[in-house]
Design a protein around this ligand. Structure first.
Ligand code: ADP
Ligand code: MG
Length: 251
């Protein structure tokens, strides 16, 4: 499988704190690639660099075999990398379709006057949503009426609207119950089915082993170990994170 994203030898400091000390990561096209590690390991920092929020001290980012440097989140987004942050940033009082098209509304011209094309937004919103969750059909529903898992679907639709082919999810199940978590895992499977590359940051070992193809563990700003997720159990994954082991153990 070809590499979708390669980050090489990334360094990032916050003042005297060395958040990343030469981290490298190779994410294959179409994979669900989880990034795990204890608090402070550098997961969020790595994602902020990939999504254009922070600039690294040094290191390389390659996307589709081209060297890239992102100057802003919009820069990363228009390059096909959409990040769904933990706080989601959906607007509860607005409708599903308004949320999906926020900041990039579709318009139409009538007698030379530019108007919002609400019908087109409703139609396209439904198209994106049906790829993820066929039970949500009314795009005029206010987001405040949705469950946590459904809100996650709205945030992911916004990524689809930008034609992102790389979707980064930062702790998507952290605030959710069991049933809602299952819905979000279904969303991740649907993204993979649609050919997207997914980067999943998570503390929930069960969720990681349920959906990931590969797992990279970071520890204190460095790579600890990369694992195939196929035969990985939640217990084994926890063990690697707790022990700091750099050797792959037989199952
Ligand atoms: N904005 C910041 N200012 C100063 N230190 C930071 C900042 N963001 C992160 N750090 C530090 O960088 C290290 C890595 O943090 P982070 O990437 O958030 O780890 P993780 O997401 O794995 O918990 C930690 O020591 C953290 O305290
Ligand atoms: Mg974090």
């Amino acid at each position: 499988m070809s590499s979708k994203i390669v980050m090489k030898n990334i360094f990032k400091n916050y003042g005297a704190v060395q958040a990343l000390r030469g981290v490298s990561i190779d994410i294959k096209e179409g994979d669900v690639h989880a990034i795990c590690g204890d608090n402070g390991a550098g997961k969020s920092t790595l994602i902020k660099i990939l999504s254009g929020v922070e600039a690294p001290e040094s290191g390389e980012i390659w996307v589709n075999d081209s060297a890239r440097k992102f100057d802003s989140p919009t820069d990363a987004l228009t390059s096909g990398i959409a990040t769904i942050h933990q706080d989601l940033a959906v607007a509860p009082r607005m409708s599903i379709s308004q949320n999906i098209f926020m900041g990039a509304e579709l318009t139409k011209k009538i007698f030379g006057v530019t108007l919002l094309d609400k019908a087109a937004m409703r139609r396209d919103a439904l198209g994106y949503m049906s790829q993820l969750n066929k039970s949500i059909t009314d795009m005029d529903t206010k987001v405040e009426a949705l469950s946590g898992g459904q809100r996650q679907a709205v945030a992911i639709c916004r990524a689809l609207r930008w034609n992102a082919d790389i979707v980064i999810l930062d702790e998507p199940t952290a605030a959710l119950g069991v049933r809602e978590t299952e819905q979000v895992l279904e969303l991740i499977r649907a993204l993979k089915q649609a050919g997207k590359t997914v980067i999943l940051i998570s503390h929930a070992m069960k969720d990681v082993v349920a959906v990931a193809d590969r797992v990279s563990i970071l520890r204190r700003g460095e790579n600890q170990i990369d694992l195939e997720a196929a035969n990985l159990t939640a217990d084994a994954l926890s063990h690697y994170i707790l022990s700091g082991d750099r050797q792959i153990k037989a199952a």
